[in-house]
Design a binder for this molecule. Structure first.
Ligand SMILES: *Cc1c(COP(=O)(O)O)cnc(C)c1O
Length: 420
């Protein structure tokens, strides 16, 4: 939540819609995970190079899932490589590339820059091994079950495209050996959130996989717990108990060390947890409308900016920031919607598209709405739908504020279509 005076200042200076990130919140989240040997940021949650630079400076490493993310991470200061050096270099690699497939251009980059790769399919292993013998790889395992209510966000089980199916791990290991690839570690990204019983099931599945590696006569050097730490989007949502989360994984790591007879590094790979609560989206109220019994506020941000409510029915708390300080009037139930020419452009809806109004004090045109906890999968998932330029981004760090992405101009978009 932003300080109201600061929000007014930023909205006035930079215009709206405006993304605001708070560096202090990011630092606090990093500090909570210090028990892990490596914190690897899943940059897809918020790939702004200034956010990446902040994390890099804190000793956090990075995960990339596209060629663009590799180049972005490099630009932000992360070093590439490690897949053709010693095993210690591979384990310590600043960047790991995670995917279920490598398109041709990315396969070239992975080989040229010796990027450590976290492989989620046998075909990908095959293609990499043929091109780059000796390459260091992680194996991403799908343990046969997932977590969560939405198929769109579930990352395990047969309904998920992700990872090497647990039953195919022996085949993957045979392939790895035949191709001369080197195994760094095993990875599972299932996303248990605050469901610690489920998390314990994930760690058991990990130990089964470690046993399979051992039985195949192979070795490994690290385990990755993946991401999927939840954040409280609603007041009643619990926060992740990071000490407990660590203790479950640490216990599994120690059991794996017994199985293998040597030490193992333990990684965690959060996206959302590190950045979600650090971010807000500021938008201006432009229209108040009464449609029958329902009250609407129309703001100058749409699902082109923040798609999570329209795509997943995600809930984001909102706050009214008056243009000038004033006594707040009575609250009312309002539907908050955007400017897009599309009926789904509503920030207050559930996964079925049912309207879920929020309770806000009465707003005037010119006031602002702060949409909270939008630092993850907010700006990162924005589009240019309706030819709306990408919004500006600001990073607040104590008394310091700086623009970390300028507002896109329509001319930037038209320049891609030159030749008319
Ligand atoms: C998306 C992703 C993450 C991060 O997920 P969060 O839910 O944001 O923590 C971690 N690892 C991989 C491989 C991912 O694809």
């Amino acid at each position: 939540m932003l300080n109201s005076d600061l929000a007014r200042e930023l909205a006035t200076q930079y215009g709206t819609p405006l993304w605001v990130m708070d560096a202090e919140v990011v630092r606090a989240r990093v500090a909570q995970l210090q028990g892990f040997d490596t914190i690897r940021f899943a940059q897809k949650a918020n790939p702004n190079t200034h956010v990446l630079g902040l994390l890099c400076g804190l000793g956090v490493k990075v995960d990339a899932v596209s060629r663009g993310e590799v180049l972005r991470a490099q630009h932000a200061g992360f070093s590439l490589g490690g897949a053709q050096g010693s095993m210690a270099e591979a384990v310590g690699a600043e960047l790991v590339y995670t995917a279920d497939l490598l398109d041709r251009e990315t396969l070239d980059l992975v080989c040229e820059r010796a990027l450590v790769v976290n492989c989620g399919s046998l075909d990908m292993l095959q293609q990499l091994g043929e091109r780059s013998p000796g390459h260091a790889v992680w194996l991403r395992i799908n343990p046969g079950f997932g977590h969560g209510h939405s198929r769109k966000t579930n990352t395990g089980g047969e309904g998920s495209k992700h990872g090497i199916w647990h039953g195919q791990l022996p085949q993957a290991l045979d392939l790895l050996r035949a191709l001369g690839l080197r195994l760094v570690g095993l990875h599972m990204h299932i996303g248990s959130g605050v469901d610690y019983e489920h998390l314990a099931r994930v760690t058991r599945a990990m130990l089964d996989a470690v046993t399979t590696v051992r039985q195949a006569g192979l070795d490994l050097h690290a385990l990755s717990a993946g991401g999927g730490l939840s954040v409280p989007y609603r007041p009643e949502d619990p926060s992740v108990d990071t000490a407990h989360y660590f203790s479950l994984w640490d216990a599994a790591r120690k059991q794996a060390e017994v199985i293998l007879g040597h030490g193992l590094a333990l990684e965690i790979e959060p996206g959302r947890f590190l950045v979600a609560e650090a971010g807000s989206l500021l938008a201006e109220v432009r229209v108040r409308k009464q449609q029958g019994d329902l009250s609407y506020l129309l703001i100058d941000a749409g699902f082109n900016d923040l798609v999570r409510p329209a795509m997943y029915g995600a809930h984001h708390a909102m706050r009214l920031i008056t243009r000038t300080p004033r006594e707040l009037g009575p609250t009312q139930e309002v539907i908050v919607a955007g400017p897009l020419c599309e009926s789904g452009d509503v920030f207050t809806q559930d996964a079925a598209g049912e309207l879920r109004p929020q309770t806000l004090p009465q707003a005037d045109v010119g006031d602002w709405i702060e949409i909270e906890r939008t630092g993850a999968y907010g700006s990162a998932m924005s589009s240019n739908y309706n030819t709306r330029p990408l919004a500006a981004e600001v990073l607040v760090d104590g008394a310091d504020c700086r623009l970390i992405r300028r507002r896109q101009a329509v001319e930037d978009l038209l320049a891609l279509e030159s030749g008319l």
